[in-house]
Design a protein around this ligand. Structure first.
Ligand SMILES: Cc1cc2nc3c(=O)[nH]c(=O)nc-3n(C[C@H](O)[C@H](O)[C@H](O)COP(=O)(O)OP(=O)(O)OC[C@H]3O[C@@H](n4cnc5c(N)ncnc54)[C@H](O)[C@@H]3O)c2cc1C
Length: 507
């Protein structure tokens, strides 16, 4: 039962049942401009990548600004959400909540948005590891990892090379005796810092780059990015060798990985074949003896214990059975929506915000969904794509390959996707920034329903907010500097690089 807003961003040593949480040293893997909601930029003195405490402060400030606290019932657990008897006509839901002293309340709601998070129920694939029942050391899930001090002097094996596995393994390598990181499929590892020392996402997630991605031969574009990633460190010789192409699944954002491997404190290993009482045996035949601990960084299973499950309504086990990752086609009228059942290479905050803006318009009847058959077809196409990319991998069922396209699609339906031509005629500098600059969510407040007067200024000043923390928070930069121009130059270099690549391949 949450006693505060903030969800997993409110750090706690001991977290209550049913809530996700982060470890103490966690820093966001999206930069602050991407973590911000569309009408509320993060303070300029905040660092470019936020600690959980910054994120928590930001969410509190947001709730205060938009007077949300008075509408939130803290210390209230939703126990059951069931369709009303007249659901087909009314679309209404019976909701039972329990408050702090155990009192139950029945209420009727016209619509329900499920925002209970998907990072609290650990996925522990114990059955995939023969012999683990004999292992005498300690076994935990990444969810239970908080601080490295308890691991001093230990031999630790981390299983899973996603963002959590990477973060925990690199942090532990400074404290433990030896850390091993086991991966089945490797990972593309990016640094938070990109060209010129700017946050990587400000340069990578732009409309211009997405345009290139779709209009240049895909293979050429991706190969260029892969080569660039391998210039920082060669993924193959560092044991991270991804078995999939760049951008085709979530990237690992980690600044320390290559240096921890170089220092020998972190040793990469392939998949574990089996365990003995003290050792792990890997699929390449190698063994690690005298293991003290195993950390499963193997993701989460999502579940919605409060939702009614009947013949027409099943929330499958980690299955993407939702239209646009939000609506169950079986539920008609569509008055139940899932928010944040989605993962990809952008900040969760901006994805969730766009989903919420789309959903509320559907609830209000201002937008409608396609018919059931069309939604089911769309879902099965997405499932098919995902199963080809991630065979038997439960944790990738909600992964979206191109989050910018996904967000833009919802934005187009709402009527808030920026219309480039009118913008170019009205404010060419801003248009340049929108196309070549970072695709931050302020762009979706420039036009259409929910337009925000401050959106253009928020875009113009984002470079300022990025630069100020470098000088310890003093506002020493002009607000006219633009990532649009910087990105234009970098992108032209990228284009030139791609042309050279084609030239080398041809001749
Ligand atoms: C370790 C870790 C690091 C991450 N880092 C990033 C990052 O850097 N950038 C990024 O964009 N995303 C990151 N994420 C992803 C994360 O999904 C999002 O950041 C997002 O903030 C999660 O928000 P949420 O509201 O969906 O879920 P949560 O923050 O988990 O909030 C869910 C809330 O619902 C409440 N709840 C659950 N069940 C009930 C119930 N039955 N009744 C009442 N209340 C209930 C919970 O108590 C909680 O308060 C990270 C996730 C993890 C686990």
């Amino acid at each position: 039962m949450a006693d505060d807003i903030g969800g997993l961003w409110k750090y706690q040593e001991n977290v209550e049942e049913g809530r996700g949480n982060v470890f103490y040293s966690l820093i966001t893997n999206s930069s602050k401009e991407f973590m911000a909601y569309s009408d509320f930029p993060t303070p300029e003195n905040f660092p470019n990548f936020l600690a959980h405490s910054h994120m928590f402060q930001y969410l509190q400030a947001y709730a205060k600004e938009f007077k949300l606290n008075e509408r939130i019932h803290l210390k209230t657990k939703v126990e059951a959400v069931t369709k009303r008897a007249d659901f087909q006509r009314s679309g209404q839901w019976d909701v039972i909540t329990v408050d702090e002293d155990g009192t139950k309340h029945d209420m009727v709601f016209d619509a329900v948005m499920v925002c209970s998070g998907h990072n609290y129920n650990p996925n522990m694939p114990i059955d995939s590891f023969p012999g683990i029942e004999n292992f005498k050391g300690k076994i935990i899930h990444s969810k239970d990892y908080k601080k490295p001090s308890a691991y001093t002097g230990k031999n630790v094996l981390v299983i899973g090379f996603g963002n959590s596995g990477g973060d925990i393994a690199t942090e532990l390598s400074e404290h433990a005796s030896q850390v091993f990181l086991s991966t089945r499929r490797g990972a593309w590892v990016l640094s938070r810092m990109s060209d010129g020392g700017y946050p990587y996402d400000l340069l990578m997630l732009t409309r211009w780059k997405n345009f290139l991605r779709y209009y240049l031969p895909w293979d050429m574009f991706i190969r260029f990015e892969e080569r660039k990633a391998n210039i920082r460190f060669n993924h193959k010789i560092f044991g991270a060798n991804p078995t999939f192409r760049f951008l085709s699944q979530q990237m690992v954002v980690n600044d320390y990985f290559p240096i921890c491997v170089m220092k020998g404190k972190l040793v990469m290993k392939p998949n574990v074949a089996s365990f003995t009482d003290t050792a792990a045996v890997f699929v390449d035949g190698s063994r690690v003896e005298s293991l003290d601990m195993v950390v499963f960084a193997t993701g989460f299973c999502f579940q919605f214990p409060f939702l009614e499950v009947d013949d027409t309504f099943t929330v499958c086990d980690n299955c993407n059975c939702l239209y646009k990752n939000v609506f169950l086609p079986m539920i008609q009228p569509p008055t139940l929506a899932f928010i944040n059942l989605v993962e990809g290479n952008v900040a969760a905050t901006s994805l969730c915000e766009m989903q919420s803006r789309w959903v509320t318009r559907i609830f209000k009847g201002l937008l409608s969904l396609p018919d059931k058959a069309e939604m089911l077809k769309d879902i099965s196409n997405e499932q098919e794509k995902n199963s080809r990319k991630f065979p038997n991998l439960k944790r990738h069922t909600i992964e979206i390959e191109d989050c910018l396209v996904y967000t833009d699609d919802l934005a187009r339906q709402i009527g808030v996707r920026p219309r480039f031509l009118p913008l170019l005629l009205k404010d060419p500098a801003l248009a340049l920034n929108v196309f070549f600059g970072p695709l931050t969510s302020y762009q979706y407040r420039l036009q259409g329903p929910g337009r925000w007067e401050g959106a253009a200024q928020a875009i113009r000043t984002q470079s300022n907010r990025v630069l100020v923390p470098f000088l310890g928070g003093s506002a020493a930069y002009s607000d006219t500097q633009s990532f649009g121009l910087f990105n234009l130059i970098v992108s032209l270099m990228l284009l030139a690089g791609c042309c050279l690549l084609v030239w080398f391949k041809t001749y």
